[in-house]
Design a protein around this ligand. Structure first.
Ligand code: SAJ
Length: 411
């Protein structure tokens, strides 16, 4: 069996490498020369624990190669980005280009799996694009199996991808039951979790719903934090107490929701059924409004500090103990602090990076600082990420300062 994996990003490359490790001949396809060259050299274009070992092993054994052209294969896995656009709908252009590129390679019996997180019915749309390019393959020819389409969303956590690809349960949605069966046998080569079969649109929706579930629950926690602030109640203590109830499990408030999944996927549901998605939309708006509320809190705190005193901002990552700054509310808040307080230095501490991200690098008053320097110099401290290093800080060093603790770690 031959598999082509289209899109060698955070999901495609690990999937390609793990298939190759199971003895499947894999060819990866990517639009980026840098990615293609890295893979062919047996190296990786981004950091993910254990991935480099898998890739170098697979390439040296001749099981994995890469190019910009889509080859012929028995199965295709499409794992390209589906960014969201201004109006919050998904940009399907990468899926459409992948579909157009693979269409000419088809003989008529292949399995085409969409892995990209997508709005409901995108697998159907991908199939339509392929069949529009290949009307000759539209009907099953007599006795031949015909083209098979499926959606297999992934739910791996960055940092644990090589483990979770193998151990997580997997939803496999086929455009027909036969397509689902074919996709199951492909994923069975490396997935040891349970493989659950359904139809393609249900599989698409399942991925979106999992992340929306989390978003809605975080929005509840964030709303509680704002309500409690108004009422003079400690929200962290409140949540801890309420969670002793056997059927209550409130998540943690924070400065907003970041990352490239939870802050995006709910919009795909809203864009697909706007009238019916009131709660899901409101959760997005509630979470997106949190940085402004944090700015108001900083405003109250800064008012009592000297006019030119710096502000310490602790954390840039989108969540604790990682180096990923994508879609991070902390980065957004630091940018807003810099703009609102042009005469103050914003002493930014992020132990997981060596340089400021590009949104902040050009800002004159933003300085990448150490925790010691920042706590020494700044009378106002804004805690944005619950990194281990920040939890461990000596409380004496905070005394007398104005503190805005958005994660409740210094309670
Ligand atoms: N957050 C809170 N309060 C909480 C939990 C999270 O404010 O109680 C914030 C985090 O600080 C962060 C954001 O939410 O800014 C998202 O973090 P996360 O840990 O909830 O999720 P991600 O984005 O790292 O990964 C999620 C996971 N999905 C679910 O837990 C349902 C992961 O399994 C998915 O694979 C991933 O999205 C994805 O790729 O879709």
């Amino acid at each position: 069996k031959n598999v082509a994996v289209i899109g060698l990003g955070y999901i495609g490359l690990p999937t390609a490498a793990i298939l190759a490790a199971q003895g499947v001949r894999v060819h990866g396809v990517d639009v980026s020369d840098r990615t293609v060259d890295a893979v062919n050299a047996g190296t990786v274009p981004f950091v993910e624990p254990d991935l480099a070992g898998f890739v170098s092993e697979a390439v040296s054994r001749g099981m994995l190669s890469a190019s910009k052209e889509t080859p012929e294969a028995d199965a295709f896995i499409v794992a390209v980005p589906t960014p969201f656009q201004e109006d919050h709908s998904a940009d399907l252009s990468y899926i459409e280009s992948a579909a157009k590129a693979l269409a000419p390679r088809l003989k008529g019996h292949e399995l085409v799996v969409l892995e990209s997180t997508s709005p409901p019915h995108t697998t159907r749309h991908m199939a339509d694009v392929i069949l529009a390019a290949r009307p000759d393959l539209r009907e099953d020819t007599e006795g031949a199996p015909g083209l098979l389409f499926a959606h297999c969303p992934e739910r791996v956590l960055p940092g644990r991808v090589m483990v979770e690809l193998v151990t997580n349960d997997r939803i496999v949605g086929g455009s027909t039951p036969r397509a689902a069966e074919a996709a199951r046998s492909l994923y069975q080569t490396f997935c040891q979790g349970e493989i659950l079969l359904t139809d393609d649109a249900t599989a698409e929706m399942a991925k979106l719903v999992e992340n929306s579930f989390r978003d809605v629950n975080i929005a509840f926690a964030n709303e509680l934090s704002v309500i409690c602030d108004r009422l003079g109640i400690n929200v962290w203590e409140l949540i801890k107490l309420a969670n002793h109830h056997p059927r209550v499990n409130i998540l943690q408030p924070g400065p907003g929701v970041g990352g490239h999944c939870i802050a995006v996927d709910p919009w795909f549901i809203v864009a697909s059924a706007p009238e019916e998605s009131q709660l899901i939309r409101q959760a997005r708006l509630t979470n997106d409004a949190k940085p402004s509320w944090v700015m108001d809190k900083v405003g109250e705190t800064v008012a009592s500090a000297a006019a030119d005193a710096p502000i310490a901002a602790l954390g840039l990552a989108f969540k604790a103990n990682i180096d990923d700054l994508r879609e991070s509310p902390a980065v957004d808040i630091v940018a807003r602090l810099a703009a609102r307080y042009p005469d103050r230095r914003i002493l930014t501490v992020e132990p997981h990076v060596d340089e400021l991200p590009k949104q902040l690098a050009g800002l004159e008053n933003v300085v990448l600082s150490t925790m010691d320097e920042a706590l020494e110099a700044a009378p106002v401290v804004v805690l944005l990420v619950d990194h281990q290093q920040f939890r461990a800080v000596d409380r004496d060093r905070l005394s007398g300062k104005g503190i805005v603790d958005t994660r409740g770690i210094w309670n």
